[in-house]
Design a protein around this ligand. Structure first.
Ligand SMILES: [Zn+2]
Length: 134
């Protein structure tokens, strides 16, 4: 007497045709169900990856907030300027600023500027100097 196990589709639970049962039995009732199961698995993995990246982003944002909090100046005057600027930027929803940046004459002033300036400011300074040379 042969016992035949009734297999069901891993996705929809429909019975799989008996002729398909054997050593290499199918796991799905149809190619469409197999395809759908594959897509569902891909989709679930993508959702998990997105959730993981969102978690990592939240952690990085938290770290940036902590570091920015520590970076405020200890000098009272500079600190008051930083706080006023923060308030105004917040009120205006953090707009872009296009400010002319003046570097005073002198070797010390130039070197301090070079150390602290952003890439944008360094490029603008190079542009001005190279234009003056030619
Ligand atoms: Zn199915």
């Amino acid at each position: 007497m042969i016992e035949i196990e009734q297999a069901t589709c891993k996705r929809c639970g429909e019975p799989i045709e008996l002729k398909e049962i054997g050593p290499n039995k199918r796991e799905w009732c149809s190619p469409a169900c197999k395809q759908a199961a594959y897509r569902e698995r891909e989709n679930k993995q993508a959702q998990q990856r997105i959730a993981q990246l969102e978690q990592e982003l939240a952690e990085k944002d938290e770290l940036i907030e902590q570091l920015l909090g520590k970076k405020q100046s200890k000098q009272p005057f500079k600190r008051s300027l930083q706080e006023r600027l923060t308030r105004l930027l917040e009120q205006q929803d953090w707009p872009a600023l296009d400010i002319h940046y003046r570097v005073k004459a002198g070797q010390k002033e130039g070197r301090v500027f070079i150390i602290g300036a952003s890439i944008d400011l360094l490029s603008r300074a190079l542009g001005q100097l190279e234009e003056q040379q030619s």
